[in-house]
Design a protein around this ligand. Structure first.
Ligand SMILES: [Fe+2]
Length: 287
């Protein structure tokens, strides 16, 4: 019987990568980088074997999809922001058995079609690569399973059921698992016409989004997930949540959805990035 020992919602903005490179951005995201490093160390100390990353950068237009490759190796350049994130080498082990089991449980027992893929040329997206790099997945030996969460035609309750399948798969496997939801809160990137100065990397696109994000975080900190799951679909739509926040729906599905009532721990305080709202938050899991 396996255990879920760690769960979190985390940022993956490209300036976190640049923050670690020589140049004008060096150190600009130190708080977020430190948060990722601290979470990686905690996962190591908790004996995590496999990290299941819910990646809001992997776009899917029907069903749900998991990258179940046994090994990942490559050099990543973002086709979204090639000037910000280029030539990033990576190498991780996968967990094909876990990927297959999640897909089987979701499809056969939860009624939501999930496909587990073993295609060597199916690459990881940077919603997976940046957190796994900063959390030390390679150094600590975490296996990586990446779940597509830029879900364009999906219902949040379907994603919650995928989360339930992930939790059930963890129960049926051996080992210690972590779930990392990789995506923003509000995600209204600045309009192109406003990109005049470096400021746009460090500001929200509208105060409305920030205020709703902060209210959502208050609910999280107070463990009020009945209210949060009620507001999630409209919040994700109105505030342009990254991947429509299907990563968050999956994470909460794994934790009990509206029954989850633990107060989250803010590891990196709310920050603004290129118009979006970001946070690193740990969701406590029962021992
Ligand atoms: Fe993103």
């Amino acid at each position: 019987m396996g255990n879920l020992v760690f769960a979190a919602k985390v940022a993956h903005v490209p300036t976190m990568y640049l923050s670690e490179q020589e140049g004008p951005f060096k150190g600009c995201r130190q708080s977020a980088v430190d948060g990722h490093r601290a979470m990686g160390k905690r996962m190591k100390d908790l004996g995590v074997d496999t990290v299941i990353v819910l990646d809001t950068h992997w776009l899917v237009n029907n069903a749900y999809h998991i990258n179940g490759n046994a090994h990942f190796k490559g050099v990543f350049t973002s086709n979204e922001f090639p000037h910000l994130l280029a030539d990033m080498p990576y190498e991780h082990e996968g967990n094909p058995e876990m990927s297959d089991l999640i897909a089987k449980i979701a499809t056969e027992e939860k009624g939501v079609t999930v496909r587990s893929h073993h295609i060597a040329s199916l690459e990881l997206e940077y919603g997976t690569l940046i957190p796994m790099w900063l959390m030390g997945a390679k150094e600590y030996g975490f296996k990586v399973v990446s779940v597509a969460c830029l879900c364009t035609v999906h219902d949040h309750m379907e994603s919650a059921k995928v989360g339930e399948a992930i939790r059930e798969a963890i129960r049926r496997m051996d080992g210690n698992f972590a779930i990392v939801a990789s995506g923003s809160l509000s995600h209204a990137i600045h309009p192109n016409t406003t990109l005049k100065t470096m400021d746009h990397f460090f500001t929200i696109s509208n105060e409305f989004y920030k205020q709703v994000d902060l209210r959502a975080l208050d609910l999280w900190k107070e463990g009020r997930f009945k209210e949060f799951t009620d507001m999630l679909p409209l919040y994700a739509k109105t505030c342009h949540g990254e991947g429509l926040m299907h990563d968050t729906a999956m994470l909460l599905g794994a934790l009990g959805w509206d029954k989850y009532d633990r107060g989250v721990e803010i590891v990196t305080p709310y920050f603004e990035a290129a118009g979006t709202g970001q946070v690193n938050a740990v969701f406590p899991v029962a021992a």
